[in-house]
Ligand binder design. Structure first.
Ligand SMILES: *Cc1c(COP(=O)(O)O)cnc(C)c1O
Length: 394
């Protein structure tokens, strides 16, 4: 494919981006299950090891199947370069290890994935990375949290699970005023709905495990950004190990081909479900940016093509009632994964956000009455009927 991807549409990039055929002229992307690569002679080996010649050395550094995935996701996000990682968390870890140093400070939204908070607070802090947490939608708080050693701002938008929306352009401007980077975890939207780089973000991170796979099969992640930044991440991964498996890259390539169609269908289902929940007498509050009265609605409309597949809601009651609703459903899968064709239901306070302290959970707004549904691709009437079974138990 032409290297100048700028003129191609998202669907074309999702299907043809990054393709490089082997000498077999295969039409579908080849799966290269090989740990290492053979050189023609010792000089070629020496040059390739020294990075003075393009070529594969070992599948902890590069792999042709993973490479197609990297070029494709980078093109779809409008980024110069990309790298595949073993998981979404590996993407976040490797980005921080490559781009930050002991003594640096980062500001993170309170409303990020639970494991991201654990990674920053329990682990990266032990290596001297300072972290402050602020509310995603409070720009003044972001500005006030800036320190002389602030090197990065980290967000997810919309957030998990309450769909708080962050102003990507304003946060990118704030970061750049202070020579810091804006990092966006774009897992919930994917480039099918939102391209943070267009709004000034420097680094976009993915858990490919979610919508990019789309069928709940494989773990993986990606980081995209400038060549300089991604080269640094690659050097860290080369030394540390958490590169994407070629088999998983092959699964994700197939996932990307149908990404937009699926994410649009997930979003349409979630919108219908949110409207229904909003009218339901057993439901106290619905968190979905597609609802006109959601505080992030206008901003989400400006940044996103649709509102995504995740709907969270509070029921009247507490943990006991929430568990009863969940345990009384029969169709929905009780599992923390999302971005799957199968609709999933989970109680965030005791699962995905269970390792947070009570205070961190309170700050993130994860109440005991909160339930998260990641709408799959089943008939929406069947999803509603199943939740109705749950509601009738309380
Ligand atoms: C799942 C998820 C991650 C972590 O991804 P893994 O592939 O499970 O490591 C990070 N961020 C968000 C928003 C997620 O939903």
């Amino acid at each position: 494919m032409n290297k100048d991807n700028k003129k191609l549409g998202l669907d074309t990039l999702a299907i043809r981006g990054g393709i490089s055929r082997s000498h077999e002229q295969e039409h579908s992307e080849a799966l290269f299950l090989t740990s290492s690569y053979v050189f023609d002679n010792a000089e070629q080996a020496a040059l390739t090891f020294a990075n003075e010649r393009d070529g594969n050395v070992y599948s902890r550094y590069t792999n042709p199947t993973v490479r197609v995935f990297e070029e494709r996701i980078a093109a779809m996000e409008g980024a110069e370069e990309g790298i595949g990682t073993a998981s979404g968390m590996a993407a976040i870890l490797c980005t921080c290890m490559a781009l930050f140093n002991a003594g640096d400070h980062i500001i993170c939204s309170k409303d990020v994935f639970g494991a991201t908070i654990s990674l920053f607070t329990k682990h990266l802090s032990r290596f001297g990375l300072e972290v402050s947490y602020v509310a995603l939608d409070d720009l003044d708080a972001w500005r006030a949290a800036i320190q002389p050693n602030t090197k990065g701002l980290f967000i997810e938008s919309p957030s998990n699970p309450r769909a708080v929306v962050g102003d990507i352009r304003a946060l990118a401007d704030l970061a750049h005023e202070h020579e810091a980077l804006l990092l966006v975890d774009n897992c919930f939207c994917t480039p099918a709905l939102q391209k943070p780089i267009e709004f000034g973000a420097d680094i976009v991170i993915h858990s490919a495990t979610k919508y990019i796979d789309g069928q709940g099969r494989a773990l993986g992640g990606a980081v995209v950004g400038s060549k300089e930044h991604i080269d640094a991440v690659r050097m860290f991964i080369r030394a540390a190990g958490p590169y994407m498996s070629p088999f998983n890259a092959w699964v994700f390539l197939k996932g990307l081909e149908t990404l937009r169609l699926r994410v649009e269908a997930h979003s349409a289902g979630a919108m219908a479900l949110a409207l229904w929940l909003n009218e339901h007498p057993k439901v106290a509050k619905v968190y979905y940016a597609g609802l006109p009265d959601h505080p992030g609605h206008e901003l989400a409309k400006a940044q996103q093509k649709a509102f995504g597949g995740v709907v969270a809601f509070e029921i009247h009651g507490g943990r006991e009632q929430a568990w009863k609703v969940i345990d009384s459903t029969q169709l929905l899968s009780l599992t923390a994964n999302l971005g799957d064709a199968k609709t999933t239901i989970v109680h965030p306070a005791t699962t995905t956000h269970g390792s947070l302290t009570d205070e961190q959970r309170e700050q993130a707004g994860i109440r005991d009455s909160l339930i998260r549904v990641a709408v799959g691709l089943e008939d929406i009437e069947d999803i509603k009927a199943d939740l109705e079974l749950g509601f009738s138990a309380i």
